[in-house]
Design a protein around this ligand. Structure first.
Ligand SMILES: [Zn+2]
Length: 353
């Protein structure tokens, strides 16, 4: 069987053709893949790192718009003083101060990151904030920065930062949960800069949680570069061998072996764990991974985020969090990270799911 391709697959071209027939979906500004370089600021300690991704030239506007919603948006633009002005300018020229029109006559705003964001008239901003901040597939009651980043990934309206801040400060669920004000203090050692996704990972456990389907802990693995995170349900009495097996099945088979693992587990646990991972890979070569056992502020932030989300959505018998994990994981990986400014999914896959 000949498996060679006659020509490169034009993924974005196929998507354009596929969605042309569906009125409920529009893809705007989609370009065929070309290599693109992203400059990711890593943290205060490092300068930055550039990564080459095979992706679209512009970050695509990928919005599912219901025909009724489309009509509503068009009607509300005409009632909104700010966007009425923009529409008037756009009737004279194709673009105005970053604004332009989609084929459906929706106003798009192109920001400094190249994202074409759907403009939301004032009368519809509360429902956008509600759908994003209050939903489990949205940001699940995270604080201002992450809620803002998620909304700003797709939407734009003037004064949105002020509006989102005020929405969150008055959100009843957030008032009950009370977000932690600061992280535990500690001396942080710099961690070497990874050059590719999943080269350096953080391994941590969130627990102890109430039992759900016989699990009471979450095994959390974070890629230091893209911040892509895996959440795996497990138990507090997980042995090194079981952890290694899980790690191999769920992580190594997808993204390969890391060069470095950051974990606060003791030396003996880490050594046994790594020995088991090597056994699972079937390699007789001495694979090595170095460890940085220090506290990691990003992990603390993530743990806090997940705990808040679980508390916000857990049922009264407190036994459904295992069922919520896939949703939370999707929400987490598709919210722009405060450090990289991109979503972990986009940085790992090169497209926004
Ligand atoms: Zn909230």
């Amino acid at each position: 069987m000949d498996l060679s391709q006659e020509k490169d697959i034009d993924f974005y071209g196929r998507m354009r053709r596929k969605f042309k027939t569906r009125a409920a979906v529009f893809f705007s500004e989609l370009h065929s893949p070309i290599p693109q370089e992203f400059n990711i600021p890593l943290s205060n300690t490092f300068s930055s790192i550039s990564l080459l991704y095979q992706t679209s030239k512009k970050i695509e506007t990928h919005l599912h718009i219901d025909p009724l919603e489309l009509k509503l948006l068009q009607e509300e633009y005409s009632k909104d003083p700010y966007f009425t002005n923009i529409l008037e300018e756009l009737s004279k020229s194709e673009s105005f101060k970053g604004y332009h029109l989609s084929p459906d006559q929706l106003i798009l705003f192109q920001d400094s990151l190249g994202r074409n964001r759907l403009c939301i008239p004032k009368s519809m901003t509360s429902s956008i904030m509600n759908e994003t901040h209050d939903s489990i597939m949205g940001t699940a009651h995270v604080g201002f920065k992450r809620s803002y980043a998620r909304i700003a990934n797709s939407f734009y309206w003037p004064g949105m930062s002020r509006d989102i801040r005020s929405y969150i400060t008055t959100c009843p669920t957030c008032q009950q949960i009370k977000h932690a004000r600061h992280l535990p203090y500690g001396l942080l050692q710099p961690i070497p800069i990874p050059s590719q996704p999943f080269e350096v990972i953080t391994m941590d456990f969130i627990g102890e949680l109430p039992f759900s389907k016989n699990y009471n802990t979450i095994f959390v693995l974070v890629c230091k570069l893209t911040k892509f995170t895996f959440f795996i349900p497990c138990t507090t009495n997980l042995t090194e061998e079981q952890a290694a097996r899980m790690f191999f099945d769920k992580i190594v088979t997808l993204v390969g072996l890391p060069k470095q693992i950051i974990s606060d587990r003791d030396t003996q646990w880490r050594n046994n764990f790594w020995k088991e991972v090597c056994l699972a890979t079937g390699s007789k070569r001495a694979l090595t991974a170095t460890y940085h056992p220090q506290a990691d502020s990003q992990t603390e932030i993530l743990n806090q985020t997940i705990k808040v989300a679980i508390r916000a959505f857990i049922n009264s018998s407190r036994d459904n969090w295992v069922d919520l994990l896939p949703y939370l994981s999707f929400a987490y990986n598709n919210t722009p990270h405060t450090t990289t400014k991109f979503t972990p999914s986009f940085l790992l896959y090169g497209f926004q799911p």
